[in-house]
Write a protein that binds this ligand. Structure first.
Ligand SMILES: *[C@@H]1O[C@H](CO)[C@@H](O)[C@H](O)[C@H]1NC(C)=O
Ligand SMILES: *[C@@H]1O[C@H](CO)[C@@H](O)[C@H](O)[C@H]1NC(C)=O
Ligand SMILES: *[C@@H]1O[C@H](CO)[C@@H](O)[C@H](O)[C@H]1NC(C)=O
Ligand SMILES: *[C@@H]1O[C@H](CO)[C@@H](O)[C@H](O)[C@H]1NC(C)=O
Ligand SMILES: *[C@@H]1O[C@H](CO)[C@@H](O)[C@H](O)[C@H]1NC(C)=O
Ligand SMILES: *[C@@H]1O[C@H](CO)[C@@H](O)[C@H](O)[C@H]1NC(C)=O
Ligand SMILES: *[C@@H]1O[C@H](CO)[C@@H](O)[C@H](O)[C@H]1NC(C)=O
Ligand SMILES: *[C@@H]1O[C@H](CO)[C@@H](O)[C@H](O)[C@H]1NC(C)=O
Ligand SMILES: *[C@@H]1O[C@H](CO)[C@@H](O)[C@H](O)[C@H]1NC(C)=O
Ligand SMILES: *[C@@H]1O[C@H](CO)[C@@H](O)[C@H](O)[C@H]1NC(C)=O
Ligand SMILES: *[C@@H]1O[C@H](CO)[C@@H](O)[C@H](O)[C@H]1NC(C)=O
Ligand SMILES: *[C@@H]1O[C@H](CO)[C@@H](O)[C@H](O)[C@H]1NC(C)=O
Length: 600
């Protein structure tokens, strides 16, 4: 090559590098600046003034709030982070002109309008979080062009339409796909099974139909699987339980049927959460569940499971919630109830329910040896016989206990061991008074008899206590000739006789305030009127058959009405909004309704 050739090539190089840098530094830089200003234009509300630095003034746009630029290309925007700022308006498609951008974080704002399909032009994008906004429209199929995408969350919006099949075909790096709490329809695309890096798949709280595709069994990195609260049918593909990376598995509240595979827990060493509730699943709980020893929450409630519950919980040190409520689990003797004994090892247990099943036999005394952390103990509506063990007084954290609808008695079945320490046999055990945190106690529809204790939950008018439907009469003179407490209250539920069933101490406050001395009879009359309503409601809530009892919404509405009346009268004193629940269940904080089940 001659020296002039060299020179020629030198000039050529110089020229092309000048051209490139001109293009990059000037033309495109200007584009980023303009694109940001156009984005700001779409923001119609900015209560905290986050975008006040975003203007034509002397501050370079790379220093605007929420904007980051590349180090190598100092005028190119790489990240936009504007979350939790209360921003409203629409997301301008101009963001798609920020061709260097890798990360867009606009979660927890009030953006409405659509997810701009133009985002499909962002080939460098690896993080897109638009969760917790008010976005409408579809999940843009163009997002499938963002082949570097690793985190995609559009959860907690109002998106409609179906999940684009393409997302499963062109996003091999996707680790998080969070579309929960939208209004998505259609099926779960089987192509999602191609996303081999996926660790979180959250599609909960949508209107998805069809089956859970077997292809999802190929998601070998999956940690979180959440499809609860949809309309999915078919059975749970057994292959999903072969994904040994799983921590969290929730398919609650769908229309799934079929049985669980016999090897259910054999390959789930890391599983902490198993929500299966609110489906039509049947068959038994496999004994192999014992191998999933990290489990914290086991909730197959409200299904058609049957058979005996295997005694598999003894090795689950972290078990926190066991909710077997509303199934057809059976037991007829102590052996069948071994699973209850196996729970004494679970020192973190906070909620235990077997309510509404087909469990018979003597209520195991081992419940008294449950964790001192236990807050909910719900065994109502089975056929348990026997007594409430004295040792339950040790469960100092108990908040709600439900023994209703069983065959529990005050008499001790002979084959149960040494119970010398039990006092006041034949009555509702007095030791229940000592449970400091107990606010809900349902003993209704059993065979307890004798006097009611007076302290603790029994003496606390703001706690919820039900002793309705116990066959034997209280010791009081008035309760003869088959008069039950419920009938008595029913008869007295009128203005004339209400005082016979009301705790007189409820009126001591008025006396202290001198209301009655000052002849303020109208306040008293109004209060009585409210009491009559509440008592009538209580009667409606304690109808013998649980199915005939009022629904909680109705009860709450009526109690609100009573409260409003009281407030309107200006009568002081607080009326409790809750009354004895028609069906006591594990509270929502422990259930699949928990927001953590939907996730990002
Ligand atoms: C975005 O880019 C397109 C084409 O590249 C251009 O027509 C448009 O004006 C740009 N918009 C903004 C706001 O920069
Ligand atoms: C951003 O601000 C910092 C200091 O406030 C300054 O050092 C830096 O040069 C600014 N960056 C740009 C791109 O103007
Ligand atoms: C993105 O994807 C859509 C549909 O898959 C396609 O029509 C389009 O050409 C792609 N490219 C861009 C830049 O959006
Ligand atoms: C779902 O999102 C709506 C708002 O779109 C919100 O009101 C609702 O509380 C969310 N549901 C749950 C369970 O978080
Ligand atoms: C993705 O999955 C679908 C359906 O499961 C399959 O037909 C397709 O070939 C897969 N594509 C890729 C790129 O793996
Ligand atoms: C499952 O749901 C789909 C879509 O709603 C429906 O077409 C199908 O018949 C259902 N299958 C069963 C077994 O219920
Ligand atoms: C689960 O994996 C085992 C081998 O590890 C295999 O034998 C079995 O068939 C798999 N189960 C399903 C349902 O694919
Ligand atoms: C799983 O549990 C079953 C029943 O408890 C037991 O027989 C089996 O050995 C366990 N398998 C593994 C892999 O731990
Ligand atoms: C309780 O744990 C101990 C040791 O941690 C174990 O030996 C025992 O079998 C467990 N009990 C039950 C009922 O599983
Ligand atoms: C409960 O624990 C006590 C003390 O550890 C023990 O003596 C008793 O046998 C246990 N009772 C039951 C029914 O497990
Ligand atoms: C009575 O019950 C309420 C809750 O229902 C509780 O907040 C309060 O502390 C209890 N009072 C007593 C004296 O136990
Ligand atoms: C998206 O934003 C929400 C709310 O700020 C956050 O909880 C979630 O972790 C984010 N998602 C990802 C994938 O980072």
């Amino acid at each position: 090559m001659s020296s002039s050739d060299h020179l020629f090539f030198f000039y050529l190089l110089l020229l092309s590098s000048m051209l490139t840098s001109t293009l990059l530094a000037d033309v495109i830089t200007d584009d980023d600046h303009l694109a940001l200003l156009a984005f700001k234009n779409g923001v119609s509300s900015d209560p905290s003034g986050a975008l006040s630095s975003w203007n034509e003034g002397h501050v370079h746009f790379c220093n605007w709030t929420g904007v980051s630029c590349a180090r190598k290309h100092p005028n190119r925007v790489t990240a936009l982070k504007l979350s939790e700022l209360g921003l409203g308006g629409f997301i301008s498609p101009s963001i798609a002109n920020l061709s260097f951008i890798q990360s867009i974080e606009l979660s927890v704002n009030g953006f409405s309008g659509e997810v701009p399909p133009e985002f499909g032009r962002l080939h460098r994008l690896h993080y897109l979080n638009l969760s917790f906004n008010a976005l409408h429209g579809m999940v843009p199929v163009n997002l499938a062009n963002c082949s570097k995408l690793r985190f995609l969350s559009l959860a907690y919006n109002q998106l409609t339409g179906s999940i684009p099949v393409e997302l499963g075909q062109t996003l091999p790096k996707l680790e998080i796909l969070a579309l929960g709490n939208n209004s998505l329809t259609g099926v779960i695309p089987s192509s999602i099974g191609n996303l081999s890096s996926l660790t979180l798949l959250s599609l909960a709280l949508n209107n998805l139909q069809g089956i859970i595709p077997e292809e999802l069994g190929r998601l070998s990195s999956l940690i979180n699987f959440r499809v609860s609260i949809n309309s999915l049918n078919g059975s749970i593909p057994p292959v999903l339980f072969n994904i040994s990376s799983l921590h969290y598995f929730s398919v609650a509240v769908n229309q799934l049927h079929g049985t669980l595979p016999p090897s259910l827990g054999a390959k789930l060493p890391k599983l902490t959460t198993l929500y299966l509730g609110g489906n039509k699943l049947s068959g038994t709980i496999p004994a192999s569940l014992s191998n999933a020893s990290m489990l914290q929450i086991i909730d197959p409630s409200t299904n058609k499971f049957s058979g005996t519950v295997p005694p598999v919980f003894g090795g689950m040190d972290a078990l926190f919630v066991l909710n077997l409520e509303e199934n057809q689990f059976q037991a007829s003797d102590a052996k069948d109830l071994n699973f209850i004994d196996s729970l004494v090892n679970c020192s973190n247990l906070q909620a235990f329910s077997v309510a509404h099943n087909d469990l018979g036999g003597v209520l195991p005394l081992s419940i008294a040896n449950f964790s001192k952390e236990l807050r909910y103990l719900l065994v109502g509506y089975n056929h348990f016989s026997g007594i409430i063990p004295h040792g339950i007084g040790n469960l100092i954290s108990l908040n709600s206990m439900d023994f209703s609808g069983n065959d529990l008695t005050g008499k001790i079945p002979e084959h149960i061991g040494n119970l010398q320490k039990l006092q006041r046999l034949g009555s509702i055990p007095e030791f229940l008074e000592d449970l400091e945190f107990l606010t809900v106690l349902d003993l209704s529809y059993n065979h307890f008899h004798g006097e009611l204790p007076v302290k603790g939950v029994f003496g606390n008018s703001s706690a919820v206590l039900s002793v309705a439907g116990n066959g034997e009469r209280p010791v009081d003179e008035r309760f003869k000739d088959g008069m039950t407490m419920r009938k008595f209250v029913e008869i007295c539920a009128s203005h004339d006789r209400i005082m016979e069933v009301i705790d007189q101490s409820m009126f001591s406050q008025e006396q202290e305030d001198g209301d009655i001395e000052h002849g303020d009879i109208s306040s008293l009359r109004k209060k009585i009127e409210c009491l009559v309503s509440v008592v009538a409601l209580g009667i409606a809530c304690s109808v013998e058959s649980p199915n005939d009892r009022l629904g909680m919404n109705e009860v709450a509405a009526q109690m609100h009405a009573v409260r409003d009346k009281l407030v309107e009268f200006g009568v002081h004193g607080e009326v409790k909004q809750e009354v004895s629940p028609a069906k006591l269940t594990i509270p929502l904080i422990y259930s699949w309704h928990s927001p953590t089940d939907i996730d990002r």
